[in-house]
Design a protein around this ligand. Structure first.
Ligand SMILES: *Cc1c(COP(=O)(O)O)cnc(C)c1O
Length: 337
């Protein structure tokens, strides 16, 4: 039995999801005529209390569209130096929006209103004016850390005061909301745009949705087209997403419990010096006396897959296809290393 904890993107659609996809009503979404895509966009719009939504193939595309909406040449986005938009989107901030980026530091991948206030670039002839702040929740490289609404509200107030837009890379926002119990509408009220991934913990084969106001999502639709992301009978994919929103949100708590158990096991391991606090489905362990490459190859010999995540760190992510019997096997195998 191979235990694949490289990412929560490795899941395959469940039987119920496949049935939902099979029976979807579809049309040409570039003409706006796919009823299932429209229903998915409206479902998330309703949940978050925002005005409009746009279904895209990936979270990279929804983030990149948002950055292009809110920045441009001679403009700057502020984000944490561990942000997905900066580290893992192939230089898209520069390549797509021609914008500059200012990277901030902060524990577990999070930034504060104070850090941002000290780093806003003015609309001055010498400067690259800040027009966007981007947060990530949960924060992948921070070990699945969570922003609370109380941390976000002062950032929103600051951004409003300076006419700076606020974007949320909410690839794993539902993981955070399942832990905090906060109302998605409260989150919708804090941000100009929110990107939500359906292909992570929610278990869809593909897809992300960008939420925002009507004017910006209308522009986003054109940017999506220019990125080559205008899809036709995409309702088969949107049907998987609607199914996931109905059946795969509450169960994220199971992924979190299994991730906590993995964190506790690793903390006791002699080759692990530190485990980041495990709040959601991501476990980051710092190694001692062994390189990530060597530790990963020992895991791989035991049928366990994880990834290197920094010079002395590895990452495990729990998901829909990681079940309790695998957790038991994980414990037995890791003890032997
Ligand atoms: C996965 C992920 C994305 C989007 O990735 P895609 O693979 O392009 O869908 C964006 N942000 C974070 C934090 C992610 O983990």
């Amino acid at each position: 039995m191979i235990i694949d904890l490289r990412s929560d993107t490795v899941t395959k659609p469940t039987k119920g999801m496949l049935e939902a996809m099979w029976s979807a009503q579809v049309g040409d979404d570039v003409f706006g005529e796919d009823p299932t895509v429209n229903a998915l966009e409206q479902k998330l719009v309703g949940m978050f209390g925002m005005e409009a939504g746009l279904f895209c193939p990936s979270g990279t595309m929804t983030n990149q569209i948002a950055i292009k909406l809110h920045t441009g040449p001679h403009k700057e986005v502020i984000c944490h130096k561990y942000s997905h938009i900066y580290l893992y989107e192939a230089g898209g901030i520069m390549a797509n929006a021609h914008a500059s980026v200012k990277l901030l530091e902060g524990a577990y991948g999070k930034i504060t209103a104070k850090d941002i206030a000290e780093n806003l670039s003015p609309d001055d002839v010498h400067a690259c004016e800040t027009t966007l702040v981007s947060l990530e929740n949960t924060m992948n490289k921070g070990g699945g850390s969570i922003y609370s609404l109380e941390e976000v509200k002062p950032i929103k107030t600051l951004c409003d005061k300076h006419h700076v837009k606020l974007h949320l890379d909410g690839a794993r926002l539902f993981n955070a909301l399942v832990v905090t119990g906060e109302d998605p509408k409260e989150w919708g009220a804090q941000f100009d745009t929110i990107s939500i991934c359906l292909s992570k913990g929610l278990g869809c084969p593909i897809g992300s949705v960008l939420l925002g106001n009507k004017t910006e999502i209308k522009r986003a639709r054109k940017i999506r087209k220019s990125f080559g992301g205008g899809m036709r009978q995409a309702g088969y994919l949107a049907a998987a997403a609607i199914y996931a929103l109905d059946y795969h949100v509450d169960r994220l708590a199971e992924d979190h419990a299994r991730a906590k158990a993995i964190g506790q096991m690793l903390e006791k391991h002699p080759l692990v010096s530190e485990v980041f606090p495990v709040l959601t489905n991501i476990v980051i362990a710092r190694l001692q006396g062994i390189s990530p490459e060597d530790f990963l190859s020992k895991l791989s010999a035991k049928g366990i897959k994880a990834v290197k995540f920094g010079k002395d760190q590895i990452r495990f992510v729990t998901h829909l296809d990681f079940r309790d019997e695998m957790l038991e096997a994980f414990e037995d195998r890791v003890k032997e290393i």
